[in-house]
Design a protein around this ligand. Sequence first.
Ligand code: CA
Length: 118
Amino acid sequence: MLIRIHIHIQDDTSPPLVDIARPLGGIYVLDREIVMLPLDLTIILGKITIVAEAIDELTSVDRVEFFVDNNQYAIDEEYPFEWLWNVTSIGRHTLHTVAYDQVGNHDYAEKILWILSV
Ligand SMILES: [Ca+2]
C-alpha cells in the first residue's frame, strides 16, 4: 500500500501594505476634523487619533508600530490599528507607521504633520 502525503507550505515573502488613513489633509482640533484641505497639509491642535490601515494577503498583520520623528510611541496588535496621541508640541513632525506580517515582512508609510499644541 502506498500512502502519499503532500505537505504544501506557503512561504510568505510579500510584505503587508500600510497606509495612514487618519489624519488626512485638514485641520484637526481636539481629535475632530474641522476643515478638510485639498492639499496634503495636516494641521493638528490638541490630541489626535492616528489610524493606520494595514492588510496582508498571505498571513495576516501582526502589529503596527507608530513613530514620531523616529521615536516609537505605540504598538497596536489588533485591528483597528490606531493610537491616540496626546501631543504637546509646536512645529513640523514626521509621523510614520510600520506594519509587520506574521513572518516579519514589513511596510512603511509616513506623513508630515504640523502641530500647534501646547
Ligand atoms: Ca505577507
